[in-house]
Design a protein around this ligand. Structure first.
Ligand SMILES: Cc1cc2nc3c(=O)[nH]c(=O)nc-3n(C[C@H](O)[C@H](O)[C@H](O)COP(=O)(O)OP(=O)(O)OC[C@H]3O[C@@H](n4cnc5c(N)ncnc54)[C@H](O)[C@@H]3O)c2cc1C
Length: 439
């Protein structure tokens, strides 16, 4: 997959794209330490999102004597892991379960990821608004109600419990009659994702050094491996690529993970009289059963978050105009749910990239001598990515576990057709999702 020689990255993450969670952190992070000069280490990890942070922590715990350099193009908390909707999902399912056994294994990984994060937040007292509120899958019409019944069936097949929330109770809880029915599922958490990632970055073991604002521009194979940044280089005996959809820039998982952009907006904190228009819950997290619907959160610091809209993300940039379109859709979604709150200003609208595979597959393990990769994709990616990062560190250190057996038993991400076919197929699917969505 990786090959010999030098790999130049053509596309890099943008450090200047907005991220409402990062912009509203209660304590802004101190200045970044970039890669300057020549740095030697035992392990280099490229990408400090959920996967990279978990891999760095576990590796450093297992190899006390080794030095780990965790390198990110931007700041910790600024990438996708710090710009998502903040659902740490112990399990997530939509539509019909294709393969029950695979679904069970994925659920085990997601649950392990949430448990690991919960423990780290508690032990390190990370202030990230962690809440075990769970999640509500919500329906807004009859079609949504049918999806909900399927979802409840999926839960039964997976031996998981969930409870129905009927319309009156739902209206009391949320202060809107927009939703017709819901299912509450426990076990997942809600967080301020940028605060979680920043907190995880700050509490890494002492043998991890974090380098930020240091895009890796080129990787040269050899002993040691050489990672070139703008103002310096990292010489590493081993390398873990945890840079999500950007890994294909380095020749890993090419045409196996579809980069998709999705968008979110965050309001200013609601005033007391505005909060009284919402229902009895002091916070909530709503996931649409309709894939084209809106994810909605009321945060612990009284902000509303809306997430909807997808676009094909091959350029790995948020395209001009996309944020204006997304903001309009978020505003419309807010007005339809809470007309009285429809004009509460957004403090930020942003987009971010996530990866999908065609078969719920994984990118996990060795890709060349001394080089390993982990990409988080599909359902519950932060939780499953955290588990995958942690397990990759265990695999490279020779630690065996049932969870690692589960991870390696999952199918690898299937090959996709290249562009322009992929672009056409994805755009057609996204248009269909939007046209079928009544929300
Ligand atoms: C709006 C939105 C809402 C979402 N909601 C949820 C949700 O509620 N729950 C959930 O589980 N998932 C959600 N997701 C998806 C989830 O955030 C991502 O799938 C997940 O965070 C990916 O984690 P990661 O560690 O694989 O990658 P990332 O978090 O993307 O980390 C990869 C890192 O690699 C760095 N990098 C890339 N190239 C280079 C390079 N050349 N040199 C150095 N560094 C590099 C990047 O800067 C980045 O920080 C959402 C995503 C978005 C955009």
């Amino acid at each position: 997959m990786f090959g010999h020689g030098r790999r130049k990255t053509r596309t890099l993450p943008s450090a200047s794209e907005p991220n409402g969670w990062y912009e509203t952190l209660s304590t802004p992070p101190p200045a970044a330490r970039p890669v300057v000069g020549s740095i030697a280490c035992d392990w280099a990890i490229v990408g400090a999102g959920a996967c990279g942070l978990a891999a760095a922590r576990r590796l450093a715990e297992l190899r006390h004597q080794d030095t780990v350099a965790l390198i990110d193009a931007s700041r910790i908390g600024h990438g996708a892991s710090g710009r998502n909707a903040g659902f740490m999902l112990n399990h997530n399912t939509h539509g019909e379960i294709k393969d029950l056994e695979i679904e069970r294994r994925n659920a085990a990984l997601c649950a392990a990821g949430v448990d690991y994060l919960r423990r780290l937040v508690r032990e390190n007292q990370i202030e990230c608004q962690w809440s075990d509120w769970g999640r509500l899958y919500v329906a807004a019409d009859d079609a949504g109600g049918t999806h909900l019944s399927e979802l409840a069936g999926n839960y039964r097949r997976l031996d998981r419990t969930c409870s129905w929330v009927e319309p009156d109770r739902l209206r009391d809880m949320l202060g809107t009659a927009f939703y017709t029915r819901a299912i509450h599922a426990a076990g997942s958490a809600l967080v301020q994702p940028a605060a979680l990632m920043v907190g995880l970055g700050r509490t890494l073991p002492a043998n991890v050094r974090v380098y930020e604002e240091s895009p890796v521009l080129e990787i040269s194979s050899g002993t040691p491996l050489r990672l070139t940044c703008a103002r310096g280089e990292v010489l590493a005996r081993n390398l873990i690529l945890a840079n999500s959809v950007f890994a294909e820039e380095m020749g890993v998982a090419r045409w196996r993970v579809v980069p998709i952009a999705t968008y979110a907006s965050l309001t200013r904190p609601l005033r007391l009289e505005e909060r009284s228009r919402l229902g009895s819950e002091s916070e909530f997290g709503l996931l649409p059963v309709d894939p084209g619907g809106s994810t909605v959160r009321l945060t612990r610091d009284h902000r509303l978050l809306l997430r909807n809209s997808f676009s094909y993300g091959r350029a790995k940039r948020i395209e001009p105009g996309a944020l204006d379109r997304a903001e309009r859709r978020h505003r419309k979604a807010l007005r339809r749910r809470w007309p009285d709150l429809g004009d509460v200003p957004f403090v930020s609208t942003w987009g971010g990239l996530l990866g999908f595979t065609r078969n719920d597959g994984t990118v996990f393990g060795r890709v060349a001598d001394g080089i390993h990769a982990v990409i988080s994709s599909d359902a519950g990616p932060v939780a499953r990515g955290t588990a995958a990062g942690m397990l990759l560190a265990e695999q490279v250190c020779g630690v065996r576990s049932t969870l690692l057996d589960i991870m390696v038993s999952l199918p690898g991400a299937g090959l996709l057709p290249p562009d322009p076919v992929l672009r056409m197929v994805v755009n057609r699917r996204l248009r269909l999702i939007e046209s079928e969505c009544s929300e």
